[in-house]
Write a protein that binds this ligand. Structure first.
Ligand code: S3P
Length: 429
């Protein structure tokens, strides 16, 4: 994909359904009794991998556009897959599904693409093993492919070293099959879609923010059957972030992004935009299915550098590539820290972001848990996405304000979370 600079982005766009919520809707719908009706499901490669895996375990799933019907068979209704479960590039499918598979009375194997099979799975193997599950890394390298055989699960209280919604959700889902209460405490609150949605499905799940600390604990008490729900998936704030950023940094622009999920555990990006001096407002705020939603209006703004650190990091972890690009054209210095988790995403995003920013002429220094960016001007370059969807999209926005042409290599990787990204992009031009 070749892109060049542009001014005057005007108009309104809506982005596809939230990736995290889409995954969960099919997973929980499969484990519920009855037919779950999902609207605005994200038809990206990651969420299609989740549908594929549940079909392989005997769940009938109908698709019609972005509407999905999941004919759930109850907590004990999955059947043994006849082949290895292919999770593609999807960390969420891998980690949440492993928690479910740990509670099943059959053997299963799951494996993904090269990137997925190099991401750390010890972070779920350890707590699942503590619960009595039998989960192993087939190559003994702490990564997928994983082999899961039946075990008797016990409730545990797990103190997670990382604020990860995938780890938390994996353990809570295994907790559905445990003989007692399962709790997960994390150092700061990660996205809470599992807690919100499982509660809607009828699970007994509680969340508390530990008083006087940043820690948060979610507890599941097994025993309740799940019942089918009707779900409308809000627009994905992680996808909206690209057009919000475009509206802020492209000269003479005004962009309205409609129907964006603004769950506080996900909305850190909006706060950073504001802190950087962005002209950003939330319109038409509402709550659906426990999730907050709003339309986001942005206008071209003079952005300045900020420090992004601490508890807000889990609420914007996937938006850091976009924040880094905004920082690269802002006035002054931006420091991003406490974000070592970036190293274990689809690529090592400290490296992919800083390498590509350097290629565009930015003064940026990677650190062990983030980066330091001195804002200035960007020039067009060849962007090596390394097949990371968020790198492709963040640097497509960088191209809009860079001098000269930018070439996004392997831009098709946007299919992972936003197959229509470049169509929406053109609508705004
Ligand atoms: C996700 C959690 C986050 C996020 C990922 C989706 C989820 O990962 O980066 O894109 O749906 O639970 P971690 O749990 O590894 O932080």
């Amino acid at each position: 994909m070749e892109l060049s600079s542009i001014t005057g982005l005007k108009g309104k766009v809506s982005v596809p359904g939230d990736k995290s919520i889409s995954h969960r809707s099919v997973m929980f719908g499969s484990l519920a009794q009855g037919t779950t009706e999902i609207h605005n499901y994200l038809m990206g490669a990651d969420c299609l991998a989740t549908i594929r895996c549940f079909r392989k375990m005997g769940i009938e799933i109908e698709e019609n556009g972005s509407t999905v019907l999941v004919h759930g068979r109850g907590l004990h209704g999955l059947s043994a897959p006849s082949e290895i479960l292919d999770v593609g590039n999807s960390g969420t499918t891998t980690r949440l599904l492993s928690g479910i598979l740990a509670g099943q009375p059959f053997d299963s194997k799951l494996s993904g693409d090269e990137s997925l099979n190099s991401r750390p799975m010890k972070r779920i193997i350890d707590p699942l093993t503590q619960m009595g599950a039998h989960v192993s890394s087939i190559l003994r390298n702490g990564c997928a492919p994983l082999y899961i055989t039946p075990g008797t699960l016990h409730g545990i209280h797990y103190e997670s070293p990382v604020a990860s919604a995938q780890v938390k959700s994996c353990i809570l889902l295994a907790g559905l099959y445990a003989d007692g209460e399962t709790a997960v405490t994390e150092p700061s609150l990660s996205r809470n879609h599992t807690e919100l949605m499982l509660r809607e499905f009828g699970a007994d799940i509680r969340s508390v923010h530990d008083i006087g600390s940043t820690k948060a604990t979610a507890t599941i008490i097994p025993g309740n059957e799940l019942s089918a729900q009707k779900i409308t998936v809000p627009g994905d704030i992680s996808s909206a972030a690209y057009f919000i950023a475009a509206g802020l940094i492209a000269p003479d622009s005004e962009v309205l992004v409609e129907n964006v999920g603004i769950n506080p555990t996900r909305a850190g990006f909006l706060k950073v935009c504001e802190d950087m001096g962005g002209d950003i407002s939330l319109l038409n705020e509402r709550t659906e299915g426990g999730e907050k939603i709003a339309d986001v209006l942005v206008r071209t703004s003079r952005l300045h550098g900020v420090t992004v650190e601490g508890d807000i990091i889990p609420a914007l972890i996937d938006e850091i590539p976009m924040i880094a690009v905004m920082a690269a054209v802002a006035e002054g210095t931006t420091v991003i820290k406490d974000a070592a988790e970036l190293k274990v995403k689809e690529t090592d995003r400290i490296e992919t972001v800083t390498d590509n920013l350097k290629a565009m002429g930015c003064d940026v220094t990677p650190t062990s848990d983030g980066m330091v960016i001195n804002g200035g001007k960007l020039k067009g370059a060849a962007i090596h996405t390394l097949l990371d969807h968020r790198i492709a999209m963040a640097f497509s926005i960088a191209a809009l304000v860079a001098e000269g042409n930018t070439k996004i290599l392997d831009s098709h990787c946007v299919d992972v979370s936003y197959p229509t990204f470049y169509d929406t992009f053109e609508d705004l031009l």
